[in-house]
Design a protein around this ligand. Structure first.
Ligand SMILES: *Cc1c(COP(=O)(O)O)cnc(C)c1O
Length: 214
């Protein structure tokens, strides 16, 4: 399904994060040999093991909930963390990145689903952080945009509304805090079941797993 997904992305200039959690190294190498270079994992341990073995030109994205105490395990190599859901976590990422003399790309995750279990910032919390001095002090993280997960439902109207909501959060933050920052440009939304809707609503990066292997 890789080629079909890439074709779907083309008119939107979207990028594919190939989600390879629980998949074997062989399976990842098959995608790699077909040209895929951005891979996403949701567990630190798995990410660390795969990065150690696979080709060095892979761009590794951490997409799952990240505990502060585990940031140090990925700080030397991770290219983008989609799941920044608290100021505390962002501070830890900044500190660990600085130890490696790196700047790590991050996305702020927002709660857009109705399910209680989904992690993410409340808009007001994010805004007050972006208005604080702390924001300017964190030199080793580059905030590149936002990420969100829609409710797991067949109700397309609801999913579309949640994606619209994330797009509007992106637009507000862009206007109020990142107007002159060209790095702030990513909207990470859309998975196997809803990536086409996400693209229609402004996604720039889809995170697709299961469908790749159908
Ligand atoms: C697993 C996962 C995905 C991909 O889900 P699929 O439905 O398999 O495409 C996307 N984002 C996150 C955060 C995930 O954990």
């Amino acid at each position: 399904m890789l080629n079909k997904i890439l074709l779907d992305l083309t008119p939107y200039n979207g990028r594919l994060v190939a989600v390879t959690k629980t998949r074997t190294l062989d399976v990842i190498m098959e995608l790699y040999n077909n040209g895929q270079r951005i891979f996403g994992e949701n567990r630190v341990q798995e990410l660390v093991e795969k990065e150690a073995t696979l080709p060095k030109d892979i761009e590794w994205h951490m997409i799952g909930h990240l505990q502060s105490k585990k940031v140090k395990n990925i700080a030397s190599f991770v290219d983008c963390i989609h799941s920044i859901d608290s100021v505390k976590l962002l501070k830890v990422v900044n500190k660990e990145a600085s130890k490696h003399d790196r700047t790590i790309d991050v996305l702020l995750q927002f709660k857009i689903a109705e399910e209680e279990s989904k992690y993410g910032f409340e808009l007001e919390t994010a805004k007050s952080f972006l208005n604080s001095d702390l924001f300017d002090e964190l030199k080793n993280v580059r905030i590149c945009g936002v990420m969100g997960m829609a409710t797991f439902t067949n109700d397309e109207t609801q999913v579309r509304q949640e994606f619209k909501n994330l797009k509007s959060i992106f637009d507000q933050l862009k206007k109020e805090h990142f107007e002159v920052d060209s790095n702030f440009k990513e909207i990470s939304m859309g998975m196997s079941g809803d990536y086409l809707i996400a693209l229609e609503e402004g996604s720039t990066m889809v995170r697709v797993g299961s469908l790749l292997f159908n």
